[in-house]
Write a protein that binds this ligand. Sequence first.
Ligand SMILES: Nc1ncnc2c1ncn2[C@@H]1O[C@H](COP(=O)(O)OP(=O)(O)OP(=O)(O)O)[C@@H](O)[C@H]1O
Ligand SMILES: [Mg+2]
Length: 189
Amino acid sequence: MRELSLYILDIAQNSISAGASLIEISVEENTQSDFLTITITDNGCGMSSEQISLVTDPFYTTRTTRRVGLGLPLFRMAAEQAGGNLGIESVLGKGTTVAANFVLSHIDRAPLGDLQGTITALIRLNPDRDFLFRHSIDQRSVTVDTRVLRNVLGEIALNTPEVMSWISEYIDEQEKTLSGLLPGKTELL
Ligand SMILES: Nc1ncnc2c1ncn2[C@@H]1O[C@H](COP(=O)(O)OP(=O)(O)OP(=O)(O)O)[C@@H](O)[C@H]1O
Ligand SMILES: [Mg+2]
């Protein structure tokens, strides 16, 4: 079973290809309703309604290197296999939201995998774009907003090694607190 963080990386890559300057990634776990929702929102080039209806078809792609685009169809399959679904909302010239639902406790729901590694890789490889990452479990949440970090850092690039290791450790620590491995209060960043 492929980890969900790898799908997040794929879908965020679509946002980057679409020229987005801000990519919002939200992972919401709700133990009451037993649902997991993953949302990726961008302010990239968007899609026409005709394009939207085609994109979950594996033969549709604007790629020129190969004909088949698999990112969205595979993500949809992962959601449907876990009792959920995938929805796409997009406006040409404005941006796109891809939202996938999963039954949290479903036996075929893939594990989240390495969210920390995924988010830090996205920031490291795209230091000129902004990312807003939020992971919540019921009422508790972890938030990382590169716009806030950028403000604090001034001229220093986000992908300098010291800043990257700080971000990586911050997410790791916050994720551990969220999953109950570390005591403490989650703070907002
Ligand atoms: N966030 C987005 N903004 C604008 N267009 C998008 C976005 N996501 C997907 N698309 C369009 O939908 C097509 C299909 O996306 P999908 O991820 O399924 O395949 P791909 O990116 O073309 O190839 P692959 O993901 O397999 O490398 C893309 O080629 C692109 O035209
Ligand atoms: Mg893709």
